[in-house]
Design a protein around this ligand. Structure first.
Ligand SMILES: [Zn+2]
Length: 259
C-alpha cells in the first residue's frame, strides 16, 4: 500500500493539507485517494479515505464542514453545528467557501483543477477554505471570503493565504470570455495573467492561480503573505485528479484547514 501524500504551505501555521490522489483505498477509476462522495465510489471507501486524510492532517474528520459546490460566490460563516459526515447530504443549498473562528471545526472544499485557497489570520484566529474555479473567482468569491474573515475579527494585513494545486497556465486553455471576465474583475490590472494560445487561434492560456493572487493583493493582503504551491493538476494525472484530463470519471481532491 502506498503512503498517503498531502501538500502543505509553509505559511499556514494551523493544521491543514491539500490532498493528492495517492494513499487511499479506492479502486478502478477512483484509485486511490478519492475524497468526493456521490461520484460513484462506494461510500465505505470514501469514509476510509477521509479517515486517512484527516489523520495525515491531524484532524478528526468524522464530522467537518463541506457541501455541494456550485461555482458561485457564496461564502458561509460556519461553526460546530455545521459540521457533518462525508456520508451525509449537504444541509444547505450550495456554497463555495467557508469561514470559521471556532477551534476543531475542520473546513473542506473539493477540487480537481479549480484553484483551492486556504487562509488564516493567526492573530485573530480565523480561517477560510475557498473553492476558486474561474467562475467563482470572476464572481469575486475572494472578496466575500476576506470580508467574512474580517467580520470575525481578522485584519487584511494579517491574513495568510495558500493557493494549492490546480490547473495552471500551461494547461488552462479557454475562450475569450475567461480573460475578459478576469479583466473586469481586476479593473484591467491583469497584465501577465493570460495570453493568446499559440497553437489554437481564438483560444487563450490563463493563469487562474495568478488571478486569485492578484485579487487577494487588491483586497489588501500582503505579497509576502501569499503562498502559491505552484503545482499543476492537469500536468500530473498520476498524482492529482484533473477534471480536464479525466472528465467526470474521476475522484476529487480535498483541501482542509482547522484551527
Ligand atoms: Zn499544466
Amino acid at each position: 500500500m502506498e503512503d498517503i501524500e498531502i501538500l502543505r504551505s509553509d505559511l499556514i501555521t494551523c493544521r491543514h493539507g491539500f490532498s493528492t490522489r495517492l494513499g487511499g483505498v479506492s479502486g478502478g477509476i477512483f484509485e486511490s485517494l478519492n475524497l468526493g462522495a456521490n461520484r460513484g465510489d462506494p461510500i465505505e471507501n470514501v469514509l476510509e479515505n477521509w479517515r486517512r486524510f484527516g489523520a495525515a492532517v491531524g484532524a478528526d474528520t468524522a464530522r467537518f464542514v463541506h457541501g455541494r459546490q456550485v461555482h458561485g460566490a457564496e461564502v458561509r460563516v460556519v461553526g460546530r453545528t455545521d459540521a457533518h459526515s462525508i456520508s451525509d447530504p449537504t444541509p444547505w443549498e450550495g456554497a463555495d467557501g467557508y469561514v470559521t473562528a471556532e477551534p476543531d471545526v475542520p473546513l473542506a472544499v473539493f477540487t480537481a483543477d479549480c484553484t483551492p485557497l486556504l487562509m488564516q489570520d493567526p492573530t485573530a484566529g480565523v480561517i477560510a477554505a475557498v473553492h476558486c474555479g474561474w467562475r467563482s473567482t470572476v464572481a469575486d468569491i475572494e472578496k466575500n471570503a476576506v470580508a467574512a474573515m474580517v467580520g470575525l475579527g481578522a485584519r487584511r494585513s494579517d491574513i495568510w493565504a495558500a493557493i494549492g494545486p490546480g490547473i495552471r497556465r500551461c494547461c488552462f486553455q479557454t475562450g475569450p470570455e475567461v480573460p475578459a471576465a478576469i479583466d473586469a474583475l481586476l479593473g484591467g490590472d491583469s497584465a501577465g495573467l493570460y495570453g493568446p494560445d499559440e497553437d489554437a487561434p481564438g483560444k487563450f492560456r490563463v493563469d487562474l492561480p495568478g488571478a486569485v493572487r492578484r485579487r487577494l493583493l487588491q483586497l489588501g493582503l500582503r505579497e509576502e503573505n501569499i503562498d502559491e504551491l505552484g503545482v499543476c493538476t492537469m500536468c500530473h494525472p498520476d498524482r492529482f485528479w484533473s477534471h480536464r484530463a479525466m472528465g467526470a470519471a474521476r475522484g476529487s481532491q480535498a483541501n482542509l484547514i482547522v484551527l
